[in-house]
Ligand binder design. Structure first.
Ligand code: NAG
Ligand code: NAG
Length: 136
């Protein structure tokens, strides 16, 4: 995913406005160790203070969302937790007991109330092997 923003590709992309736009959609990358935990902080606009926040896993298709955790209800998977800080307008997702299969694409999402068009920030989680003494 980060490869889209690779230096050489970026120069190439400068010729194509659409690609530059795609490159500017920043992806936040987090790296953690297998067996450890990761804390993903997602900023949001102050207007969304009272809105529901959630984590979407994978492609996050409109009609087929995989939501491991959302604000206001118990997490489907207890390794996931979500804390919303309405003072700093950040919500924090913590995933514990990380496994290799947790690696991949996620989205920090905020329900906008505009039907299916929620506010998304793309996340890429990278899981590394070893280093069991790791404490995040
Ligand atoms: C929100 O973040 C601020 C600044 O880090 C902190 O002082 C406050 O305790 C947090 N509030 C909650 C509810 O976590
Ligand atoms: C939200 O978290 C980010 C990342 O830690 C931090 O830079 C930012 O200041 C926080 N936002 C607010 C409003 O505190």
């Amino acid at each position: 995913m980060i490869l889209i923003c690779d230096h050489k590709l970026l120069i190439f992309n400068l010729l194509l406005i659409m690609s530059v736009v795609a490159c500017e959609m920043k992806i936040l990358t987090f790296t953690a160790y297998e067996g450890g935990k990761v804390e993903i902080r997602c900023p949001y606009e102050s207007e969304y203070e009272t809105h529901k926040k959630y984590l979407c896993r994978g492609e996050c298709k409109v009609l087929d969302k995989d939501i491991p955790v959302e604000s206001g209800s118990a997490a489907k998977d207890e390794r996931f937790s979500l804390t919303d800080n309405t003072t700093t307008h950040n919500f924090t997702i913590i995933i514990t007991d990380l496994r290799t299969e947790d690696q991949g694409q996620y989205w920090c999402a905020v329900k906008t109330g505009l039907g299916k068009y929620d506010d998304y920030t793309e996340i890429y989680l990278e899981i590394k092997h070893g280093k069991s003494e790791n404490t995040v």
